[in-house]
Design a binder for this molecule. Structure first.
Ligand SMILES: Cc1cc2nc3c(=O)[nH]c(=O)nc-3n(C[C@H](O)[C@H](O)[C@H](O)COP(=O)(O)OP(=O)(O)OC[C@H]3O[C@@H](n4cnc5c(N)ncnc54)[C@H](O)[C@@H]3O)c2cc1C
Length: 477
């Protein structure tokens, strides 16, 4: 028989979303068990790796509510409901203030709006992974220490496996701790396991045929346990086919200096991205997240190549905190170059005619203002299209880096999990990367992973405290 433990709330996952919820619950007088599958002191998760930038759709998180709400609705083409867009736009600013009160330190790292509130010291300092003593690592340790001071704990080596549903309500979660099964009997459960990017079978089912040909630009710890538990309990999933990620050098598959930074988005959005025969297959003007999703869905996601010229390399290539120029070649990323496009195509093993034609039509379309007639059309509202005209010409073999799934369990504005009919499952909440309906849509609009964690963590805790706090469940160790 499984051992039984009683708490007010069980939280599945000890990333930023889970620890925000746990601390807020503790402030409100409720006792939460944070179940964390990782066993190390500094267990890995996306929050540990994060760059640390709190923003809403790359806007300053302190912008006024209506600006942020409109940015969410526009970037996701209305995929995010008014209610969810409203809560993120309204509560984002409270998240950074609340985190500051918890001891988080923020800094501005560039002139870009989305760099106004970055966890200090920032998580983006050099090519490759660099998380120890930085952004998310510092925040997780701060939040865990606060939780311990408030009488709580992160219970490591403990994997949530299934929800305890009785009389249509969620009343706990069954977990595995080594050989032991433990039932956490609670008033509410918060799923905060970070999404399903680390589960190849689920990525194959929902996103693309070849998950093994995506670069895991994440900790790989989000295995979709929460999604599967919630679906089994009758929850609805939403937007599962989209992910947040970037265009990476294909060498990132084997070279750890090439992920999570530098990424190739600046080259891909200024130049063109072609498939195996030298043909364009995506509107590069929609941005790096969109391009990464398109590459993932190619019949062979290893067949994409970014094509650009010397002017792009010396211009947009030098942009960003860890610019692709000079870092890509400096850390071993493949970059072919040639004085003419035919030679570049031959270097790639392509028949030259198609690539030469693709670039010619693209350059002509820029010159004549006919980019919208190309197939696929090329937008210029976010990223100007630059001609590919100045030798030497370059080719960077690319792949899609998946950072986090955008879709997940459907929630309402209180972060309650929803059924197919739109009703809330009493006692079941979702926070952070596990939650769906907060980003995505036809343009694959990126709202922001960290703001999702903070907002859903806070509102879930507060709704639990308001609505479930009086239920008579004793709280013992
Ligand atoms: C390289 C990188 C850079 C990023 N930069 C930014 C940025 O600058 N700005 C931004 O907004 N976002 C950024 N993100 C995204 C952001 O970091 C994530 O969206 C956020 O950290 C997700 O937090 P989470 O708590 O939902 O999930 P996680 O941090 O992944 O935590 C989930 C936890 O749940 C645990 N878990 C999983 N399954 C179970 C289970 N069954 N039982 C128990 N525990 C379980 C995992 O081990 C993990 O510890 C970045 C991500 C990466 C990888």
């Amino acid at each position: 028989m499984a051992e039984e433990r009683r708490f007010d709330v069980a939280i599945v996952g000890g990333g930023i979303a889970g620890l925000v919820a746990a601390n807020r619950l503790a402030q409100l007088g409720l006792r939460a068990a944070v179940l964390e599958q990782g066993g190390e002191e500094r267990y890995l998760c996306n929050s540990r790796y994060t760059g640390g930038s709190f923003h809403v759709c790359l806007r300053d998180i302190l912008s006024d509510e209506s600006t942020l709400r409109q940015a969410i609705v526009e970037s996701t083409c209305g995929f995010v409901s008014d209610a969810l867009a409203g809560v993120v736009a309204r509560e984002g600013r409270r998240v950074v203030r609340w985190l500051q009160d918890e001891g988080a330190r923020f800094m501005r790292v560039s002139g870009a709006e989305y760099h106004n509130f970055v966890l200090a010291p920032p998580g983006r300092s050099r090519p490759g992974l660099d998380w120890e003593g930085r952004a998310g690592d510092v925040l997780l340790r701060t939040l865990e220490a606060n939780l311990v001071k408030r009488g709580g704990a992160v219970v490591r080596n403990t994997r949530g496996r299934s929800l305890i549903i009785e009389e249509h309500e969620c009343r706990g979660v069954a977990a595995q701790q080594g050989e032991h099964e433990i039932s956490y009997r609670t008033r509410a459960v918060v799923i905060a396991d970070g999404g399903f990017q680390g589960n190849a079978a689920l990525v194959r089912r929902y996103i693309c045929e070849h998950p093994e040909r995506l670069k895991q630009r994440s900790a790989g710890t989000g295995r979709g346990d929460g999604l599967q538990m919630a679906i089994a309990a009758g929850a609805r999933a939403v937007g599962l086919d989209r992910f947040y990620g970037h265009v990476l050098s294909r060498d990132a598959m084997t070279n750890d200096k090439l992920w999570p930074y530098p990424y190739l988005d600046s080259l891909a959005t200024a130049g063109i991205v072609v498939g195996p025969a030298g043909e364009r297959f995506v509107d590069e003007g929609r941005g790096g997240v969109y391009i990464a999703n398109a590459i993932a869905k190619l019949a062979d996601p290893f067949s994409a190549v970014v094509i650009f010229d010397h002017a792009i390399w010396e211009g947009p290539g030098r942009g960003g905190l860890i610019p692709v120029n000079p870092h890509l070649p400096a850390v071993g990323g493949t970059m072919l170059h040639a004085d003419d496009l035919a030679a570049l195509a031959r270097g790639l093993g392509m028949e030259p005619g198609q690539l030469v034609n693709t670039v010619r039509s693209y350059n002509e379309a820029i010159a004549t203002g006919a980019l919208s007639t190309l197939a696929p059309a090329r937008r210029t509202s976010r990223y100007p299209a630059c001609p590919i005209a100045v030798a030497p010409f370059y080719a960077a073999p690319a792949c899609a880096g998946i950072t986090a799934t955008m879709g997940g369990i459907a929630i309402n504005e209180h972060a309650q999990a929803l059924r197919e009919d739109g009703s809330a499952i009493t006692g079941l909440y979702v926070a952070g990367g596990a939650a769906g309906g907060l980003e995505g849509g036809p343009e694959i609009g990126y709202v922001g992973g960290l703001v999702k964690c903070g907002v859903t963590g806070l509102v879930a805790a507060e709704h639990i405290a308001q609505n479930r706090g009086s239920a008579a469940v004793p709280s013992t160790c």
